[in-house]
Ligand binder design. Structure first.
Ligand code: UDP
Ligand code: MG
Length: 336
């Protein structure tokens, strides 16, 4: 991936030409938010002096998000968008954006302005200094319920233990250099987890801290189910409901077995149980739960293989508008 030219740039530090940068923004049911986000982002991009374009993905919205994107495209250049045939999820939308991005770097940001576009000039500057990945790290998580915060922390801790990748306070607000985008696009898996996979890719990285802004319009699109699903995918690389169910049944049985176990113990200590019978019951209960949970876990990994093996497309595009704002093919050089 690393070519001689970029290595030379690293040492020569020339500054030549305007960089071509694609800003990737996913939208899902954000009809009230689209114009504000695009206008705010565009006005900041205009100050960078780079050749920038915005690429929006309508992730199968059921409201007038696509209508708003079409409206914006009619009045602005350097903007293009695709619409998914249904809701494929933010991860798929990011994949579409990175597959589309043809420039020297791409910036991925949320469509609700919680990733403040005011940091874009800083991201570009750090990239021009020679970093391949510039990533936003949350210094505060914005308005969030105690439950979501605890659940996120719990997930990150488990994920760190499982994969060795530390994601605490990490965000999807990132700038990726061309070679990182190419490396990403060469990964064949269907179930991606942007935050983790981009960390796994490596390359030289630089973080910057940002405060997550409060959402001014609409609500978070991540329900509990979506978050659980993303977490399971992140850890095992897949999701398949019937097999996941086995794990849940195992959990349910464990709870049931605990209740029954307590009852058996009470009967034993009150002298109402046949001797020796208690141990047998407890052991059977425990082994039964563990076997079911283990089977479920194996099922998760099997389902992951099954899912990937089907080789279905990551997303399906039903509409497309706009033209790339990137015109020149001349490759600008980074300085250091
Ligand atoms: N999003 C998406 N598809 C989805 C869910 C969310 O494209 O299925 C977009 C959403 O429109 C927003 C971004 O992803 O631009 C972040 O979503 P959200 O603000 O709901 O997530 P949170 O900030 O709560 O993590
Ligand atoms: Mg948000």
């Amino acid at each position: 991936m690393i070519d001689t030219e970029s290595e030379l740039c690293f040492f020569d530090r020339p500054k030549e030409g305007r960089a071509r940068i694609t800003v990737i923004i996913p939208f899902y049911n954000e009809e009230d938010q689209v114009l504000l986000t695009l206008d705010t982002t565009r006005s900041i991009l205009n100050t960078t002096g780079e050749q920038c374009e915005i690429f929006a993905i309508d992730d199968g919205s059921s409201d007038r998000t696509w209508h708003a994107l079409c409206e914006y495209e009619r009045q602005n250049s350097g903007f293009s968008a695709v619409r998914f045939s249904r809701n494929f999820g933010k991860e798929a939308a990011i994949c579409a954006g990175l597959a589309y991005a043809k420039g020297d770097a791409a910036i991925v940001m949320d469509g609700d302005l919680q990733h403040p576009p005011k940091y874009i000039p800083l991201m570009i500057r750090l990239w021009r200094e020679g970093y391949d990945v510039v990533e936003g790290v949350k210094s505060s998580r914005g308005r969030e319920s105690i439950f979501s915060r605890a659940a996120a922390n719990c997930f990150y801790r488990i994920f760190h233990k499982m994969s060795g990748i530390q994601l605490e306070n990490a965000s999807d607000f990132k700038l990726l250099d061309r070679k990182v985008i190419d490396a990403w696009n060469s990964c064949p898996e269907k179930e991606t987890f942007f935050r983790a996979l981009s960390a796994w890719l490596g390359f030289s990285r630089k973080t910057f801290e940002f405060d997550v802004e409060d959402r001014t319009r609409g609500r978070s699109k991540w329900g509990f189910k979506k978050l659980v699903r993303l977490s399971v995918n992140a850890i095992t690389g897949f999701s398949s409901r019937p097999l996941v169910l086995i794990t849940w049944i195992g959990m349910l049985f464990l709870v049931f077995f605990f209740a029954l176990g307590i009852q058996t113990l009470v009967r034993y200590f009150s002298g109402r149980a046949a001797s020796g019978f208690t141990t047998v019951i407890l052991l059977q209960l425990l082994i039964g739960s563990l076997v079911l949970i283990s089977l479920g876990l194996i099922g998760l990994y099997l389902a992951s293989l099954f899912h990937e093996e089907k080789k279905r497309p990551r997303y399906i595009v039903s509409d497309r508008i706009g033209r790339s704002g990137i015109t020149s093919d001349k490759k600008p050089k980074k300085m250091l």
